[in-house]
Design a protein. Structure first.
Length: 413
C-alpha cells in the first residue's frame, strides 16, 4: 500500500473523524424519524383510507422492522465494517420516504414509511453507528464518546421539527417527504468515514459464544427488558403527543413546539448522561432517569394541560429522552467488551423497537377504540416504574472476554 493510501486509511479510521461522521449520520437518521408524528394529521386528511390507527401502525411497523433488522446490521458491521451497511441504509431510507410521498393508500404508506424506512434506520442508527464509535475509544472515554455520538441524534430531533413543519406548510406533506429523502442520501456520502471495524481481539471467542455469553447474563437480560420500556414510552409520546394536544383544543403549533423542546433539552441531557456515565454507576443513573420520566408523565396528565405545562413536560422528557442510550450501550461495552459491540447493541435495540412498535401502534388503537389516550398515558407511567426496578440488580462489572468454554459465567449471571 502506498504512503498516500496509508495516510488516507489512517484519516478515515481516526477516532475523531469516526465520531464526527457517526454523529452526523445519527443527526440525519434519528432526527428525521422524530418528525414523522408531524405528518399524522396531514396524511390522515390527505389519504382517505388512512386513519390514526393506520398511520400509527405504519410507524409501529417501522419501529419493529428497525429492531428486527438491527442485530443483523450489527453483525455485518462487526464482520465487514460499517461503511457498506450505512450506505445501503441511507439509500433504503431515502427510497422509503419517496414511496411514502407517492402513497395513495394505506399499503403505500406502510411499505414506504414502515418497511423501507425501518430497514434503513437499522443500518444508520444505534447498533452500527455506536458500534463503530465504541470500537475506536478506550473504556475510560467510551461513555463520553457514545454520548457525543448520541448527541447527534438529539441535535437532529431539535433541528428536524421546525424544518419539517416549514416543509409541510410551504410545500405539502408529500413534497416534504421528498425533501427529507434528499437529505437522507447525505448518509451515503458519509458512509466511507465510518469504514473501520473492530480489531481482531478475543479471537478465541466466536460470535455464537459471544451471543450465548450475553443471553446467559442476567444483567444483559434485565437491560434488554428495561430498554423495551424506553422504546414504548418514546414512540407513544413522539407519535401521538401532537394529536393529543390538538384533541384538547390547544393550538396546532404547540405539538411542534413540544417536539422541538424535547429535541433542545435532549441535547443537554444526552451529553450530560454520557459524561456522567464515565464517573458514576450507569445503572443508578438509568434508574433515576426512568423514575423521572414516570413522575413527569404522571404530573402532566394529572394537572391541567396548558401551553406552559406542555413545554415544561417536554423539557423534562427531553432531558431524559436519549440519555438512556450512552448509558445502556456503555454498560454493554463495559461488561462484554468492544469485539461484538454492534451485534449486542443491535439485540438490545431490537427489544427497544418492539416496545416502540407497541407504543406507536397501541396509542392509535386505544384512541380509536376508546376515544381517549388516557389508558396509554397511565401504561407509560407504570412501565417506567417497572423499568427502574429492573435496572437495580444489574451487575456492571466487566466479564473476562477470553473464556474457552465460558467458564465462570454463572457467577456473573
Amino acid at each position: 500500500m502506498s504512503s498516500k493510501n496509508v495516510a488516507a486509511a489512517g484519516y478515515l479510521s481516526d477516532p475523531r473523524i469516526v465520531l464526527l461522521a457517526g454523529s452526523v449520520v445519527a443527526l440525519i437518521a434519528i432526527g428525521m424519524r422524530h418528525s414523522f408524528g408531524l405528518f399524522l394529521n396531514p396524511v390522515t386528511e390527505g389519504i382517505q383510507s388512512v386513519d390514526r390507527e393506520t398511520f400509527g401502525f405504519a410507524v409501529a411497523l417501522q419501529n419493529l422492522i428497525w429492531g428486527l433488522a438491527q442485530p443483523f446490521a450489527g453483525m455485518i458491521a462487526d464482520r465487514y465494517g460499517s461503511a457498506r451497511v450505512i450506505f445501503a441504509g441511507g439509500a433504503l431510507y431515502a427510497g422509503g420516504l419517496i414511496c411514502a410521498s407517492l402513497a395513495s393508500s394505506a399499503l403505500g404508506l406502510v411499505l414506504g414509511l414502515g418497511v423501507l424506512v425501518g430497514i434503513g434506520l437499522s443500518a444508520t442508527t444505534y447498533a452500527v453507528v455506536l458500534g463503530a464509535v465504541g470500537h475506536r475509544y478506550p473504556p475510560e472515554r467510551r461513555s463520553t464518546a457514545l454520548g457525543i455520538a448520541s448527541l447527534g441524534g438529539s441535535l437532529g430531533i431539535f433541528l428536524s421539527v421546525p424544518v419539517t413543519l416549514s416543509l409541510i406548510d410551504t410545500l405539502s406533506w408529500s413534497m416534504a417527504f421528498v425533501s427529507l429523502a434528499l437529505v437522507a442520501l447525505t448518509m451515503c456520502v458519509l458512509a466511507p468515514f465510518l469504514s473501520g471495524r473492530a480489531d481482531a481481539q478475543s479471537a478465541d471467542q466466536s460470535l455464537a459464544e459471544a451471543l450465548s455469553q450475553a443471553l446467559g447474563h442476567k444483567g444483559f437480560v434485565l437491560l434488554v427488558l428495561g430498554f423495551f420500556v424506553c422504546g414504548f414510552q418514546l414512540a407513544f409520546i413522539g407519535t401521538h403527543l401532537p394529536a393529543y394536544l390538538m384533541d384538547l383544543q390547544l393550538e396546532a403549533w404547540l405539538g411542534g413546539a413540544a417536539l422541538a423542546t424535547i429535541g433542545a433539552t435532549n441535547i443537554a441531557g444526552t451529553l450530560a448522561c454520557g459524561a456522567v456515565g464515565d464517573y458514576l454507576s450507569k445503572r443508578k443513573v438509568l434508574v433515576s432517569l426512568y423514575l423521572a420520566r414516570s413522575c413527569a408523565i404522571a404530573l402532566f396528565i394529572l394537572l391541567p394541560v396548558s401551553d406552559v405545562s406542555t413545554l415544561i413536560f417536554a423539557a423534562v422528557m427531553g432531558f431524559t429522552w436519549l440519555g438512556t442510550v450512552p448509558l445502556t450501550t456503555g454498560i454493554v461495552a463495559q461488561v462484554f467488551g468492544p469485539r461484538y459491540l454492534a451485534t449486542l447493541i443491535g439485540i438490545v435495540f431490537f427489544m427497544h423497537q418492539i416496545g416502540s412498535f407497541l407504543g406507536a401502534w397501541l396509542g392509535g388503537l386505544v384512541f380509536e377504540r376508546t376515544g381517549s389516550y388516557d389508558l396509554m398515558w397511565w401504561s407509560v407511567v407504570l412501565f417506567g416504574l417497572i423499568a427502574a426496578l429492573l435496572h437495580l440488580p444489574i451487575d456492571e462489572r466487566p466479564l473476562v472476554s477470553k473464556m474457552p468454554k465460558l467458564q465462570g459465567l454463572a457467577g456473573n449471571a
